[in-house]
Design a protein around this ligand. Structure first.
Ligand code: CP
Ligand code: NVA
Length: 298
């Protein structure tokens, strides 16, 4: 039984296989010779908002022959306190796979353990593995192998997206630099678990120098809204803008997982200049997730 619960638990070979299959899925869109989800139903359990992940999974499941059931957590009994493990065992009697976006990583893991159907982490507080697979694919599509390259993350260095990048760095052999205020840098435990070349600094300019890609995410992740004012105060200066891009390698990619907040983690002009890359990145969510779905049922 395969699950896609984190980058941390994914083997290097599996990541490489998924990236290769993302390319196949992209090339074959609209004319797949095999429909691996034919006759299947997939539950999409979402406890947080989503545009990209929701739509790309709904479309992806259908394009591979299956049907997706969108289940907002607030509208099923889970939202009224039915335990994860009971929800998992019930859904497993009806559907062949599950895609789960929620807060605690342990909830997705518990769901997978009790449901015993292929389960995907569609974002938790700890990881966003589907995003990072699509991002690495997007980087390689434009710049070739990521191995040996320098990726600089700017902003909230302690969020789910960064965590997944950290685990990917050691597995794929690239240097990850994280420029963030001290209070928003990754924990020592996580860095120790991941290994690899990860440089954490408060010096955003030093982190940008010679980078092959500058990457950012929102300053206020879902679930952290109560900390908004403090986060905005501390993260001032950790913005991707033209002067920062000027320090990176000429032609460096500017990437954003979206949604973007102009004037905060990225300025309007830099966002629009790099819109082609950023929306290619968003599109690649679909292709990467189709590769994931296919891998899960193979
Ligand atoms: N990047 C991303 O996961 O976007 P959504 O929250 O819209 O799914
Ligand atoms: N770190 C962000 C990612 C959004 C796709 C969040 O968790 O809200």
């Amino acid at each position: 039984m395969r699950h896609l619960l984190s980058i941390e638990k994914l083997a290097k070979e599996d990541i490489e296989g998924l990236l290769a299959d993302t390319s196949n899925m992209k090339a074959a869109r609209g004319r797949h010779s095999r429909l691996p989800l034919q006759g299947q139903f997939w539950a999409m359990l979402f406890a947080k908002a989503s545009t990209r992940t929701r739509v790309s999974f709904e479309v992806g499941v259908r394009e591979l022959g299956g049907q997706a059931l969108f289940l907002p957590a607030s509208e099923i009994q889970l939202g009224r306190g039915e335990p994860i493990r009971d929800t998992a065992r019930v859904l497993a009697r009806f559907v062949q796979g599950a895609i789960f976006r929620t807060y605690a990583q342990s909830d997705v893991e518990e769901f997978a353990r009790f449901a015993q159907i292929p389960t995907v982490n569609a974002l938790t507080d700890d990881e966003h593995p589907c995003q990072i697979l699509a991002d690495i694919f997007s980087f390689q599509e434009k710049r070739g192998p990521i191995q040996g390259k320098v990726i600089t993350f700017v902003g909230d260095g302690a969020c789910n997206v960064v965590n997944s990048w950290i685990f990917a760095a050691a597995k794929l052999g690239f240097e990850l630099r994280i420029a963030a205020p001290k209070a928003f840098q990754p924990g020592a435990d996580l860095l120790g678990r991941a290994g690899g070349r990860v440089v954490c600094t408060e010096d955003v300019r030093a982190a940008a120098e010679g980078a092959d890609a500058l990457y950012t995410d929102v300053w206020v992740s879902m679930g952290k809204e109560a900390e908004s004012a403090e986060r905005l105060r501390q993260m001032q200066g950790y913005q991707i803008n033209a002067p920062l891009v000027g320090l990176a390698t000429p032609g460096a990619l500017v990437m954003h997982c979206l949604p973007a907040y102009r004037g905060k983690e990225i300025d309007e002009e830099t966002f629009e200049v790099n819109a082609q890359t950023i929306f290619d990145q968003a599109e690649n969510r679909l292709h990467a997730q189709k590769a994931i779905l296919n891998w899960l049922v193979s």
